[in-house]
Design a protein around this ligand. Structure first.
Ligand code: KG4
Ligand code: ZN
Length: 393
């Protein structure tokens, strides 16, 4: 008899996560073991270290998820795992573990695309808040450290059908946050620090701009230079929905060199001294001079403006009445405010996952697996890591 319980496992980047979700709608447990401390001193994720950390963490994390949900392995309907996109060695840890577990238990294995997981984080959050998205086509922006993708999401029977509308040609938005933070001397990951320091700077101090990306005949049939999902061709995409975040990173670097700007302390000192967000201008000024605060606020203002403009233009192009924003950068407070304001202005509905569901987690993987379980869409025993797995092309 079906219990509706799915164990989700996620290990695509630098979080080892496991969760038990019932019928794709109710989270019984969600455990995330972050490797931030391991990678922080390198200012970014080191793939080899990530794989080793996943190996160390996977069993305790899965055990904790089962214990927290008060659930036994025998009660599971299936084991779901992220198949890609992500770091090959990191993905392999979760996949190998999930395969072995499913085989030993004689239960189905379900492969989930990490990007679809991020979209389902919104559905899960909405369902847990008593709202439902059924039968409503939506525009989804997945914006994280590895991805900046625009999808149309249309309900299809028990499931959703995705179509890629836009994406970044180079860096992901979260990557730009992290790189800019690094060059200013802020700790890794930089997104939450930039979010926290922005209210203390002038967002109009440095006028960063994004040029409209032209359609480039030489790119037809080529694939973008991003780390993840390399397989999506950009030829068919409307240039209005393409992003490029490597330019603003270089512009910030030039500005920093020209004005000699950096934070006051080392990333380690900042991380050690400030466990929470700075609450006052005085606290922010202990971390950075006013020039850095202004630069940070201007950078965030420009990036969010670009995300906002292209997302709502894409929503308009498919006449979507709902906009979903998900992925690590969706945790950003100004992003949520500006997207909510713009949606209200256009009489559209906007939805975000709660903060824990915005960054990488396994509840979103278990939730995305539920429609696949209903459709008996199971993974073969030969399932392997797909580092460049695309969604909806
Ligand atoms: O979804 P996620 O946990 O992992 C990926 O799939 O990449 O996203 C992590 C990214 C990092 O780049 C991090 O700096 C960014 O999300 N991030 C933020 C915030 N919280 C996390 N960026 C801006 N503001 C935030 N509050
Ligand atoms: Zn992610």
């Amino acid at each position: 008899m079906s219990t509706g319980l799915i164990l989700g496992i996620e290990s695509s980047c630098d979080e080892t996560a496991a969760a038990i979700v019932e019928r794709g709608a109710r989270t019984l447990s969600s455990v995330v073991s972050s490797q931030i401390a391991t990678h922080a001193r390198y200012g970014g994720v080191v793939p080899e270290l990530a794989s080793r950390e996943h190996l160390r963490a996977i069993l305790p994390v899965v055990d904790a998820a089962l214990a927290e949900a008060n659930c036994t392995l025998a009660e599971l309907d299936a084991v779901a795992v992220t198949a890609g996109p992500g770091l090959a060695g990191a993905l392999l840890v979760g996949i190998t573990f999930a395969k072995s577990l499913a085989f030993a238990l004689g239960k189905p294995l379900i492969a989930v695309n990490h990007l679809e997981g991020h979209i389902h984080a919104v559905f899960l959050n909405e369902q847990q808040s008593g709202r439902d998205f059924a039968n409503e086509p939506a525009l989804a922006l997945v914006v994280s450290g590895g991805h900046t993708h625009l999808y149309s999401a249309a309900p299809a029977e028990n499931s959703w059908r995705y179509s890629l509308l836009g994406r970044t040609l180079d860096d992901a938005a979260g990557e730009a946050f992290d790189k800019v933070a690094k060059l200013l001397g802020l700790p890794y990951p930089g997104g939450p620090w930039i979010d926290a320091l922005t209210p203390f700077g002038n967002p109009h101090a440095v006028p960063f701009t994004f040029a409209q990306i032209k359609s480039k005949p030489h790119l037809v049939g080529k694939t973008p230079r991003t780390k993840a999902a390399k397989t999506a061709p950009i030829a068919a995409l409307d240039p209005r929905f393409l992003f490029s975040f490597s330019g603003i990173k270089t512009a910030v670097l030039r500005y920093v060199e020209l004005h000699g700007l950096r934070s006051h302390a080392t990333p380690e000192e900042i991380a050690a001294r400030f466990h929470t967000r700075p609450q006052t201008r005085e606290e922010a000024l202990l971390l950075c001079p006013q020039g850095v605060l202004d630069l940070i606020a201007s950078f965030q203002h420009a990036v969010l403006g670009d995300l906002l403009k292209k997302t709502f233009a894409a929503a308009e192009s498919i006449a979507a009445r709902t906009v979903l924003v998900t992925g690590g950068v969706a945790a950003n407070r100004e992003l949520r405010q500006r997207f909510a304001d713009e949606a209200a202005r256009r009489s559209l509905r906007v939805a975000f996952p709660n903060l824990a569901l915005s960054t990488d987690n396994a509840a979103m993987i278990a939730a995305a697996a539920w429609p696949k379980f209903l459709a008996a869409d199971f993974a073969p025993p030969t399932l392997s890591a797909q580092p460049a797995l695309a969604l909806g092309i």
